[in-house]
Design a protein around this ligand. Structure first.
Ligand code: AMP
Ligand code: GLY
Length: 417
């Protein structure tokens, strides 16, 4: 079997690792991949935005299944390009990828289908003054969001109306290009966040095990927002009664809404939730696996991921039973010097070969330079351990991280505490 994984992050490393667990003999390509996938699989030097080249490669190599990691190619329509050429690919089509490509599209869907979410108002570039005025009708803090993809930087939580006005003018002035054509203003929700990744086949939605991500750079949720500095699974905030509410108030209306609106969503729907007491509300949708949630969740999967992805593509999810490991997982992200403000590259990483066999190592911002592995900016590595308790997994992770060294290495010390 030949599988092509598109992307170069820790998430794609975790996807490839999971496929390998079930398919020892598969040929796994990663495009463009990182230093770790260069060692363990076959890196293909094609960028994630080069849709035609990726399809050409899949066709030439007779790839059996392509799995898309990041949102950018999905929003660009990679699934439509592959489908038109009869190539099997896992992920939503361009129409459904708007759930990540446009916050306004998602908000409208949630409202139409009466799915709990923050109150909102939206404005286009011709309505700057109306947008500024409307922001003052929201309680503080007010949330200002650029509509489109902004690499995680398009959401501002504004503690003052002056800050909101500044943010609105900045977004409309073109800071995020087309992503800032529209602004969504939102009521600020309080509670605890959780990430719920779901498999979807157009007819059926099946949640994976729950996870928690740590978005801030520093301990105690201080510092800047990042792509995610660590996580764990399961997330205890989703207890049985919250789960029940998520099923009835969120998952059921989502799949009913997809069917009613003829949105043939196939792939992973990542639901960002805010949970206040027993009340879950949708913060946002992503249309792909999360990073680093995937590094925490997939090691717990006991059913063949390739089989599940095939079931999603072919509409057989209702007949597929998905099993999970009872053990809990903790993932720690190691980032490069200066992250997230700047991105240092080229520092040699030592100690990776001294990790215990039970430690799952996912490379992200790394590259192979002759015999060494060097940092390549951003989040560099993620390490995950499974154990019978969170405390135990956490203890193992923080023991293992002591063995890894690179200049300027930074990580949080309070993951899963
Ligand atoms: P997003 O890029 O939409 O995931 O938003 C990034 C982060 O901003 C979320 O993970 C939340 O921490 C925060 N956020 C977004 N919208 C809201 C909201 N309405 N209320 C509170 N926090 C929010
Ligand atoms: N961990 C958040 C995301 O993948 O968007």
């Amino acid at each position: 079997m030949k599988i092509l994984v598109i992307g170069n992050g820790g998430r794609e490393s975790a996807i490839a690792h999971t496929i390998r667990r079930f398919h020892k003999d598969a040929t796994i390509y990663v495009a463009p991949g990182n230093g770790g996938t260069d060692l363990d699989y076959i890196n293909v030097p094609i960028k994630v935005e080069a849709l035609k080249e990726l399809a050409d490669f899949a066709e030439q190599e007779q790839v059996d299944l392509t799995v898309v990691g990041p949102e950018v190619p999905l929003v660009m329509g990679i699934v439509d390009v592959f489908n038109e050429r009869g190539l099997k690919i896992f992920g939503p089509n361009k129409e459904c990828a708007q759930f990540e490509g446009s916050k306004y599209f998602t908000k409208q869907f949630l409202m139409r289908n009466e799915i709990p979410t923050a109150q909102y108002a939206s404005f286009n570039r011709n309505e700057v003054e109306a947008c500024v005025k409307a922001s003052k009708h929201f309680s503080l803090p007010v949330v200002v969001k650029a509509d489109g993809l902004a690499a995680g930087k398009g959401v501002l939580i504004c503690e003052t109306y002056e800050a909101a006005e500044e943010g609105i003018r900045e977004i409309f002035s073109g800071k995020f290009g087309d992503a800032g054509e529209l602004i969504v203003l939102e009521e600020f929700l309080t509670g605890t966040e959780a990430s719920l990744l779901c498999f979807v086949d157009g007819e059926t939605i099946v949640p994976m095990e729950t996870a928690r991500d740590y978005k801030r750079a520093l301990d105690n949720d201080e510092g800047l927002n990042t792509g995610g500095m660590g996580g764990f699974s399961p997330n205890p905030i989703i207890n049985p009664s919250v789960k029940q509410n998520i099923d009835t108030r969120i998952l059921k209306p989502i799949i009913e809404g997809f069917k009613k609106e003829k949105l043939n969503f196939k792939g992973v729907l990542f639901i960002g939730l805010m949970i206040d007491g027993k009340d879950p509300k949708v913060l946002e949708f992503n249309v792909r696996f999360g990073d680093p949630e995937t590094q925490s969740v997939l090691p717990r999967l006991k059913t063949d991921l390739v089989e599940i992805m095939g079931a999603c593509i072919e509409g057989r999810l209702a007949d597929t039973s998905i099993e999970w490991d009872e053990r809990q997982s903790v993932t720690l992200v190691l980032a490069s010097k200066g992250y997230p403000e700047s991105s240092h590259k080229g520092d040699v990483i030592n100690g990776l070969d001294t990790l215990e066999e039970e430690t799952i190592l996912c490379h992200a911002g790394t590259k192979r330079v002759e015999d060494s592995i060097q940092t390549d900016g951003g989040r560099v590595l993620a390490i995950t351990r499974l154990a019978s308790s969170l405390e135990e997994a956490r203890a193992e992770i923080y023991k293992e991280v002591q063995k890894i060294q690179f200049d300027g290495m930074q990580f949080r010390t309070d993951i899963a505490k």
